[in-house]
Write a protein that binds this ligand. Sequence first.
Ligand SMILES: NC(=O)c1ccc[n+]([C@@H]2O[C@H](COP(=O)([O-])OP(=O)(O)OC[C@H]3O[C@@H](n4cnc5c(N)ncnc54)[C@H](OP(=O)(O)O)[C@@H]3O)[C@@H](O)[C@H]2O)c1
Length: 343
Amino acid sequence: MGYKVAIVGATGNVGREMLNILEERGFPADEVVALASRRSQGTEVSFGDKTLKVKSLDTYDFAGTDICLMSAGGAVAKEWAPKIAAKGCVVIDNSSAFRYDQDVPLIVPEVNADAITGFTKRNIIANPNCSTAQLVVALKPLHDHAKILRVVVSTYQSVSGAGKDGMDELFQQSRAVFVADPTVNKKFTKRIAFNVIPHIDVFMEDGSTKEEWKVMAETKKMLDPKIKVTCTAVRVPVFIGHSEAVNIEFERPISAEEAKAILREAPGCLVIDKHEDGGYITPIETAGEDATYISRIREDQTLENGLNIWVVADNLRKGAALNAIQIAELLVNRKLIGAKKAA
Ligand SMILES: NC(=O)c1ccc[n+]([C@@H]2O[C@H](COP(=O)([O-])OP(=O)(O)OC[C@H]3O[C@@H](n4cnc5c(N)ncnc54)[C@H](OP(=O)(O)O)[C@@H]3O)[C@@H](O)[C@H]2O)c1
C-alpha cells in the first residue's frame, strides 16, 4: 500500500514541479493532494494524466496524510509545519524557516543522507536553498578527496528562484522594452530585463545579503562546519537554471584531471567540459533536467591547491522540488516511515 502525500504550494513554481517529479519517478503514492491558499481553492493542477482540484490549506485535515511537501514560503511554513507535524505527518519544507534549527535535519541526499534520522525530533526536514543544493552536490566528492578549506562562489540566479511573480516580471519587462513601454519593478528592486542585480533577499548587518549568508551557513551545516565560504549572489535575466562560478582552495593538491574523474563518478553530477566552442553547460540546457552539471574545471594558478569550476542546475528541480522528493524517497526506502493506511 502506498503513501498519502500533500503538496502545500501546489500552484507555485516549485509545487507544480513537485507534481511532475512525483509522477515521473513513480513515487509510491496512493493519493496526492494539492493544497494552496484560499485564493486558489477549486483551481486545477496537472498530475500526470490526471487533474487535481486544489484545496485550501486552511481547512485541510492532515490526519492520515503521511508526507507533506511544503513550498509556500517561510511565513506559511512557520505557522503550519509544526501543526502538520503534530498530526503525525512528516513535513519536508522548502523555505528557510527551519533550515538552521539544530533539531531539524537539512538534507541533500547525495551529501548527508544519514543525517535524515534526526527528523524524528520534530517531524520536520528542511530542504536547502536552491543555490546551496547544487553547490554542495559538486563540492562533496571533491571535499572527500582533498579536503576543502575555502570556497569563493559567485552566483548567477534565474528569476524563477523568486517564484512565479519573478518569471512574470522578466517576461513583462522584456516585452515592454521591445514595444517601448515603460517597465515596472515590483518583485525585483531594479529592472531585471537586460540587466543583472547584485542583491537577493534582505541585507545583513555586515553588508552581505541573506542569500549569501544562506549559502555559507547551509554549506557548513551539510558538508563541514570548518569550510570557509564567501558568496556574492546575483539575479540574472534567465528564466530557469542557476549558475555558479566556484573557486575552491584545498588542503591537499588536486589536479583538474583528478577533479574531472572524481566528478564524473559522483552521484548527481554530470561533467560537460570540452575546451572548445560550446563545450560547456549553460542554464537554458539544464531546465527540466535532474543533474548538477559541471564545466570549466581548471587549476587556479594563483593558489597552491586551487581549482575553478562552473556549476549549473535547474533551480526548480535539484534546487527545490527534486531534492524534496529525493528526501521523501529516503524516508520510504530506509523504512523510516510507514504508510498510515497500512498501519
Ligand atoms: N523557486 C526556487 O528556485 C526555490 C528554490 C528553493 C526553495 N524555494 C522556496 O519554495 C517556496 C515556494 O517557491 P515558489 O518558487 O514555488 O513560489 P511561487 O511560485 O510564488 O508559489 C508560492 C506557492 O505558495 C502558495 N501560498 C502562498 N501563500 C499561501 C498560504 N497562505 N497558504 C497556502 N499556500 C500559500 C501559493 O498559492 P496561491 O497560488 O494560492 O497563492 C503558491 O502555490 C519558497 O519558500 C521558496 O523560498 C524556491
